[in-house]
Design a protein around this ligand. Sequence first.
Ligand SMILES: [Zn+2]
Length: 683
Amino acid sequence: MKKQLVLGAVMGLLSLLPAKAQHSLSERYAQRLTLPKNYVCYRTAEKMTIDGKLDEQAWQKALPTASFVDISGDGFATPKYDTQAKMLWDDRYLYVAAVLKEEDIKARLTQRDTIIYHDNDFEVFLDPDGDGLNYFEIENNARGVIFDLMLDKTYRCGGNFMIQWDCPGLLLKVHHDGTLNNAKDRDRSWSVEMAIPHQALTMNFSNPLKAGQTWRVNFSRVQWLKAKGPEENWVWSATGKVDMHMPERWGFVYFSDKQVGNGADTFTYPYDMAAYRLLWAMFYAQQDVYAKERNYIRSKERFFFTEAELNALPKGTTIDVEATKRTFVMSVTVPNRQVRYVLNNDGRFTVEQIAPRVVKNWVWTRIDRNKSDQAYREWFGLLKACGISAVLFEGYNENLYKLCHEAGLEAHYWKWTMNRRELLDVHPDWFAVNRKGESTHDKPAYVDYYRFLCPNREGVADYLAKDYVKEANLPYVDGVHLDYVRFPDVVLPVSLWKNYGIEQTSEHPEYDYCYCEVCRAKFKAQTGRDAMAMKFPMEDQSWINFRLDAITHVVDQITKAVKADGKAISAAVFPGPSMAKKMVRQDWGNWHLDAYFPMIYNGFYYEGPEWIGRSVKESVQTVQGGAKIYAGLMFPDIKKDFEKALDEAYDNRASGVSFFDGPTPEYLRKLKAYLDKRGFSVQ
Ligand SMILES: [Zn+2]
């Protein structure tokens, strides 16, 4: 009430003292950012006689609150006299009781709604819906004289008090363990007992008390230890400032459906408290800035959050600030709880539900003919239970695809694209030729299975398109998945160099494709030049583009045919696409598939998990929402940084991940726990 206005002025002067500018928000407002108290309020079935005496069994069973402390909180003196409160509820009333230790019980005021804290008093503050607006205050002195009022907003936000509000149906009595207004004897305590009807608290609030609700409540005891003051303010949940009108600092009271003494509920704060406290620290900063500059902070950067402040927030949390000269709305969005906390310049705090982020996760797998149906069933069941939605099978087996479907998973046919040894005898002329004139037909690069086709040969694209349409139409196939959509590696990942005893810091002719007569003739027709005669073919952009486009044309033809059949099409691609272009002449940023699975196998490139994030970021930027990006993760490479690798993929907006060579059941369960922790919904 009025005293807060006077004290507010004092606080105003203090804030003009030179601020330690370097201090972070959480340091500056530390006193106001401690965890508010909490209490579980149980039901009573007993008829409560409101006489100020707490002799009902229900009161005896109810646990007291923590003893009251100085309103300013940590570091301030322990109150001279102990005070504790208790709460109960039933279908009609919220009951509040308090015992105030006292050596000299006294009360002067006798009229309702006089300024009761001019006497020693007990005060109850109630904000049922916790929005910081339209809250109630009931005070009484040791005579049981009541001062009750309602506020539309807090004083700091220009609120108005309505003393004309008289809590309808309020029952309140006091009891003295000692004598009233007799300074000559030594008293022990006085107690308050009140019953507040649910219906009395429904103004601007259409949600009377129900089990499962959490209200914001605080208690205060004003005590005049010296006749002329200053008065003491002893409270249940310290606000951290001599101001009770800070509903965000009041205690949390959870209403249990259990009868008092009949089991216990564990209290859980209804908000993410790290996000909640940061939002309020921002509010305090806004108020301080406004007091000095008559203007609000307009961007989150201007709050100068520290690493520690941001790291204290749950993963994926975002902060938004919108402000004008006179108003602001700030929010903290916490995806793992699927909520957004919103706070405005009126001190109105609300919680908005947000849709969960939907992700889809995959595994690549080879078909194991020795594995039983039962073993497959169990594995599919585990995948499904742990947040995997789809399996990419290398090859086809109708029964296996069927089992996969039965477990609720999608089954995709993963098949190599340009690498096609089945054509060795049928079309020996279709195979790609390197700069030394050697064909993958006779002399494949690196390994025997590197039998790549030339994308420019007549019939190649047509053959591949028809082949994928055929696979796409097999029973239980949800889509086709392309792989080896490229030339042989002109540059291998660095970790493989030692395997082949080569140093690929430049492009070697034996790994540089395709220089077959068809490619050379086509390129010559376009540019008038012979690729074989170039001195530095690796630096010739039109020759590089010619080959990138040749692969893209093949992919376009396959894509058109598969999509015309209404089937999904995706591909495993090299990271990037910047690296893909350089290493294997794969320009997948210009393709039109439904999804890309960049194989971000960090171990191949001697990179840590951060590189996964950088690579996913580039991929997501490349497709610009036109396709999904699933981060291809080599399980053995990420095992020791499993969560970090997942963070890197998801935080850079991958639509999901796909595992190669794993994960083991243990890590599948870790994946499940991770997805739950992040609050992701699995597609
Ligand atoms: Zn060729």
